[in-house]
Structures are given as C-alpha cells and as structure tokens.
Design a protein around this ligand. Structure first.
Ligand code: 5GP
Ligand code: ZN
Length: 113
C-alpha cells in the first residue's frame, strides 16, 4: 500500500510535513511546494498508485472522488475557475510517481496552453 521511497506516501504518513488542506480515509490534499498560481494544491489518493497509467477499473470510485473534490476545495479557496492537470509518466512531465491531480488558479485568467 505504502511505497518506501515515495515523497507523497511520506507526506501521508506525516514523515514529511505539508500544508494540508483536506484529509479523509481515501484522499489527502495539500498545497504544492512550488506553486505555479496564487492557489495551487494537489489531490492525492492515500493508496500508492504510481500514475494514471497504473490506475485500474477498481480505482474508478477513487478517481471520481478526486475529481469531485477539486471544485469543492477550489471554491473554498476563493477560485471561481481553476485548471486541473494530471501529468502521467516521464514523457507526460510527471516528477512524483504517486498519482496526483494539480488544481490551480487565482489572480489573472490562466492563459490557454
Ligand atoms: P508532477 O510534475 O509530478 O506532476 O508534480 C509534482 C508536484 O509536486 C510539483 O508541482 C512539485 O512542486 C510538488 N512537490 C514535490 N515535492 C513536494 C513536497 O515535498 N511537498 C509538496 N507540498 N509538494 C511537492
Ligand atoms: Zn506513494
């Protein structure tokens, strides 16, 4: 379930500190350490799933829960709109291999990619 060398598993266990904004039995949410927008947080499953490439049908509810939490927490942080991003695999720009959804926004409108 937990992966020894995984930064995000260590954040879940409390071994590495983070600015936590939400936690339940399945998920944890904390502010990104290098924000790219005034508000930038990461939604992660407590279960160590490496990436979207490693997600299975059995994770369907968990994935749905992650996405449904995004607008709730974005609204709570004053965002009227936001962007979600899931980087998958090295070629997809993923650096931390524990599945996470980036949620960010605030300030000026986000540019088109
Ligand atoms: P990725 O590139 O894998 O999609 O995103 C990883 C994100 O995790 C990056 O935006 C990076 O700033 C963030 N990050 C990496 N290490 C830590 C950490 O120890 N604490 C927090 N809060 N964020 C981290
Ligand atoms: Zn992990």
């Amino acid at each position: 379930m937990m992966s020894d060398n995984c930064i995000f598993c260590k954040i879940i266990s409390g071994e590495i500190s983070s600015k936590k904004i939400f936690e339940d039995s399945d998920l944890m949410v904390f502010h990104d350490i290098r924000p790219i927008a005034p508000v930038h947080f990461l939604i992660i499953p407590k279960m160590h799933i490496e990436s979207l490439n490693h997600a299975e049908a059995e994770h369907q509810n968990l994935l749905g829960k992650m996405l449904l939490l995004a607008p709730k927490l974005a609204t709570e942080h004053g965002l009227k709109g936001f962007r979600t991003m899931i980087n998958t695999g090295r070629e997809g720009g993923q650096e931390v291999f524990h599945l996470h959804v980036h949620v960010f926004g605030g300030g000026a409108n986000l540019p088109k990619t």
